[in-house]
Design a protein around this ligand. Structure first.
Ligand code: SF4
Ligand code: SF4
Ligand SMILES: [Zn+2]
Length: 264
């Protein structure tokens, strides 16, 4: 297996993974989306809501606010907590939201009792309150995984594509139509022939193939090589997200190994 980092920012990563199957590349993608536990607002009690939104809509918006914790490992998932899931400081973080219009209620108005927990972004709009309108809510966040509900999804835009391979045959006459057709600026014409640059950016749209009258362009997919893009919802840096997803896959593989060994 070969790994080549193409781009790394706080919340997004792009890398080239070669010498693996599509199932392996997809496994990492899926684990980022559904197997890495994070905190999200789970239950709320609405004491006052005179805003234009129904209670359910306010609840939905609060649930989708990504939360960060200084140390996520101090929280247990409720079903694994020593309280047996009934709720305790080990598996719940309480919050309060109290606002009065006029003005926008933002994610920064969600105040957690534990100062180590906070919304990942301050300016996520929840609802606009008009003059005299109020929103008073209490509730708690719990730790779960994305396969339970999208509000616990730590990876948002997670995808992969096969690495594209573009070849230009001798029949190229240098007409330049592929240069005009390609939305990703992959082609240039030099010395009367088309050339490709940065083919990893190719979106596989085939516009160049359609534009090339002599049929000089052949576009194919390299079957064991993948460009993987992962974006974090903001709960944690994307580097940590991918590492945790890989750890989860490893843990499951070891579990399976141990179970098979018991059967042998
Ligand atoms: S469109 Fe085809 S023939 Fe024209 S420059 Fe591109 S590859 Fe060559
Ligand atoms: S398939 Fe689309 S993106 Fe890729 S090189 Fe051709 S025109 Fe450009
Ligand atoms: Zn508990």
């Amino acid at each position: 297996m070969k790994f080549e980092l193409l781009q790394l920012e706080e919340d997004r990563i792009r890398y080239l993974l070669s010498g693996v199957t599509a199932a392996f590349a997809n496994g990492i993608r899926r684990a980022c989306m559904s197997e890495v536990p994070v905190l999200a607002i789970d239950e709320i009690s609405i004491y006052d809501n005179t805003s234009v939104l129904f209670d359910e809509q306010v609840g939905l918006r609060l649930g989708e606010v990504p939360l960060q914790a200084d140390d996520l490992s101090v929280f247990a998932q409720p079903e694994e907590c020593q309280c047996g899931g009934s709720g305790c400081p080990g598996c719940r973080v309480d919050f309060m939201l109290s606002a009065e219009g006029p003005g926008m209620v933002y994610s920064s108005d969600i105040q957690f009792t534990d100062p180590s927990v906070r919304p990942a972004f301050d300016k996520i709009p929840i609802v606009v309150l008009g003059e005299g309108e109020k929103l008073v809510i209490e509730g708690y966040a719990t730790k779960h995984v994305g396969k339970e509900h999208s509000k616990w999804q730590a990876g948002t835009l997670c995808g992969y594509k096969n690495q594209p391979s573009l070849e230009i045959s001798e029949s190229c006459d240098g007409c330049g139509k592929c240069v005009e057709a390609c939305p990703r600026n992959i082609f240039t014409v030099e010395g009367g022939r088309a050339k490709t640059t940065n083919t990893l950016e190719c979106s596989l749209c085939k516009l160049c193939v359609d534009a090339c009258e002599p049929g000089a362009i052949s576009l194919s997919l390299i079957p064991s090589s993948f460009v993987v893009s992962i974006e974090s919802a903001g709960n944690m840096p994307v580097k940590e997200l991918v590492a945790k997803a890989a750890e989860e896959i490893k843990r499951r593989a070891e579990d399976l190994d141990a179970k098979l060994a018991e059967l042998a």
